[in-house]
Ligand binder design. Structure first.
Ligand code: ATP
Ligand code: MG
Length: 196
């Protein structure tokens, strides 16, 4: 393409983007979902927490899986006023005890409901909550109700594979992280600072 042609096209693109930016006038807290099988869902959510915290916004995070494991972002962000609720004992992938798991999930869900009702929180992350819904530890209806009733300015990020269709329909922004390749499949161990 000629120099002139390129310039013309870029100018047109800029006009279109400017018009869309101008047209986007609505202000409200967002519901974001980061789902899919690829790596990057939780790190995306924590990146947003870092971003929001940097602006002085109040953030709360609930970790439904791996909560009791070491977690670099939790160690860092909790020093900066981010509240964390982690699922206590109970949940493992090869779980044998549905009652204990449900109890553990319900306990942390109580904290989530408090945060989702509290206008002091600008951003609430429900990390890996999709699995709790899939396994029936937390009712979808309860999650939908809490999200719908939350303060208008509050944003929420949900992460986890297999996000329920109803949540996807409700959400403002949904990203699906696709697995192109993962080091684990090549026999490489999970790495501190990269995987946790
Ligand atoms: P991360 O926390 O790194 O952003 P994630 O939240 O997208 O990952 P999870 O399903 O929560 O993905 O898995 C967390 C752990 O599993 C991380 O250590 C991550 O590296 C690893 N993992 C994520 N995706 C894959 C995959 N496709 N294959 C193997 N391991 C994966
Ligand atoms: Mg994750």
């Amino acid at each position: 393409m000629s120099e002139q042609g390129h310039k013309k096209r870029q100018q047109k693109l800029k006009e279109m983007v400017d018009a869309r930016v101008e047209a986007a006038q609505q202000e409200k807290g967002l519901l974001l979902i980061i789902t899919g099988n690829g790596k990057g869902k939780s790190t995306s959510a924590f990146g947003t927490v870092a971003r929001a915290t940097g602006h002085g916004l109040k953030c709360g995070v609930a970790q439904f899986i791996k909560g009791t494991w070491a977690c670099g972002e939790r160690d860092l962000l909790s020093q900066h006023g981010v509240d964390f609720h982690v699922m206590g004992t109970g949940f493992t992938w090869d779980t044998q005890d549905k009652t204990a798991d449900t109890e553990a999930a319900q306990q942390i869900w109580q904290h989530c409901q408090s945060m989702l009702a509290d206008p002091n929180y600008d951003l609430v992350v429900l990390d890996e909550i999709t699995y709790m819904i899939t396994y029936g530890y937390i009712e979808l209806d309860s999650v939908v109700a809490a999200l719908q009733a939350r303060p208008a300015d509050q944003s929420v990020i949900i992460t986890g594979r297999g996000a329920h269709r109803q949540l996807v329909d409700m959400a403002d922004t949904v990203s699906e992280v696709r697995n192109v390749k993962h080091a684990f499949d090549a026999g490489i161990k999970a790495r501190q600072g990269i995987d946790w």
